[in-house]
Ligand binder design. Structure first.
Ligand code: 2BA
Length: 106
């Protein structure tokens, strides 16, 4: 059994949630914040049997788009240096796969 943690952009979160529901995949949505841009993003926690991991990854890949954005990093503003916007390529999805020892529900 594996836990898939997928960080996606909020614009993709609704479509991805619908795809999980349509494919009968249990998921928990967490509101998260990127450490670099300090903008909101969405983290899904999905636990599935090993033989469904590839299916989940395909669904995430299909529903999370990569986008370019000009941003002034919050760290530059914090340290008072002159703010120079940079071009950042975000996503589609940042994914971590972790082993799950037990799945319990009470
Ligand atoms: P953020 O940390 O806000 O990063 C947003 C985007 O900014 C990143 O997109 C990347 O293109 C760029 N970026 C991040 N750190 C940078 C740096 N030190 N210098 C230049 N550019 C930088 P993604 O790579 O697609 O990451 C999207 C979000 O996924 C991140 O939002 C963060 O919330 C999460 N993430 C990425 N790598 C991670 C990691 N190793 N551990 C935990 N979370 C991670």
């Amino acid at each position: 059994m594996k836990m898939i943690m997928a960080i996606v952009q909020p614009k993709d979160a609704g479509k991805l949630r619908d795809a999980f529901i349509d494919n009968n995949i249990g998921a928990t949505k967490l509101s998260s914040t990127g450490g670099f841009l300090r903008e909101g993003n969405t983290t899904y926690m999905v636990v599935v049997e090993d033989d469904r991991v590839d299916e989940v990854l395909e669904i995430i890949k299909h529903n999370a788009k990569s986008r370019e954005q000009y941003m002034t990093p919050a760290a530059q503003i914090d340290n008072g240096s002159s703010a120079i916007p940079i071009n950042v390529q975000i996503g589609g999805a940042t994914v971590f796969i972790l082993p799950v020892e037990k799945f319990l529900q009470f």
